[in-house]
Design a protein around this ligand. Structure first.
Ligand code: GLP
Length: 242
């Protein structure tokens, strides 16, 4: 893993966007893995700016999202599909229908998960996966204790994650869905490059475990230590326990 401790969130966004720009320069039809949460927002701001400046185009590209809540209303602003549309997809030029996400409202969720996993493979796999990290070390929605090798699946959100995410639901944990569909750690590890970003003190313990801990399902992100091309971009606060 390459670890970079950077001065601020804006620099994290720039460094990650440099990697993405380089990818699309070399491979215009690259497949980008998109993450939700607040951590990647500085990356998305950079990508939008570079796109608007004519330096970066996704017009031959494709994207796959990591995860989605189960049973959230189609028009809910916190539905991850809507978040990705608002924060990045609607501002850049991915072709129509080329930003994909797992379907948390499918009638047969298990079949939808398997089909989603297959669609990533059919697209040739993810070239660069953007990742955030939960304060409990989860990536996507792979919570502590889950399999380190699983594929896209239905998951149960921990109380900690629901508490962390309540800020997006009027601060009310009861409004946060209890289940999710998420790429598994096996699916995520298939991406050719992983770029995890984290800011702030709240992530310091998880970053310590990710960088210095043993690979363990207790801290799901530690599986990244086994990846051949993983980048971890953090600010001073997130690095404060290293
Ligand atoms: C959610 C998402 C994760 C994200 C994490 C951290 O649970 N499913 O993909 O990495 O939250 O979110 P934030 O970046 O807002 O701290």
């Amino acid at each position: 893993m390459r670890i970079a401790i950077l001065p601020d969130d804006a620099t994290i966004g720039k460094v990650a966007a440099d990697l993405i720009e380089e990818l699309y320069r070399e491979k215009p039809n690259a497949v980008l893995g998109l993450a939700t949460g607040s951590s990647p927002l500085s990356i998305y701001r950079e990508l939008i700016e570079r796109h608007q400046a004519g330096k970066l185009s996704f017009k031959e590209g494709k994207a796959f999202m990591l995860d989605e809540y189960v049973g959230i209303a189609a028009d809910h602003p916190e539905r991850y599909r809507n978040v990705i549309h608002t924060e990045i997809a609607s501002h850049v030029d991915f072709p129509e229908g080329c930003v994909n996400g797992p379907d948390g409202n499918a009638e047969d969720l298990h079949a939808a998960c398997a089909a989603y996993d297959q669609s990533i493979k059919d697209a040739g796999g993810v070239d660069l996966q953007i990742l955030g990290i939960g304060s409990d070390g989860h990536i996507a929605f792979n919570e502590p204790g889950e399999s380190l090798t699983c594929r896209t699946h239905v998951g149960v959100l921990t109380e900690q994650t629901r508490r962390d995410n309540a800020r997006f639901f009027d601060g009310d944990i009861d409004q946060v869905p209890t289940h999710c569909v998420t790429q598994g750690l096996g699916t995520i590890m298939d991406a050719r490059r992983l770029v995890l970003v984290a800011q702030g003190k709240g992530k310091a313990r998880a970053i310590k475990e990710l960088v210095e801990g043993a690979v363990s399902a207790k801290w799901p992100a530690t599986i990244m230590q086994m990846h051949q091309d993983a980048w971890v971009l953090v600010d001073e606060e997130a690095a404060s326990e290293l």
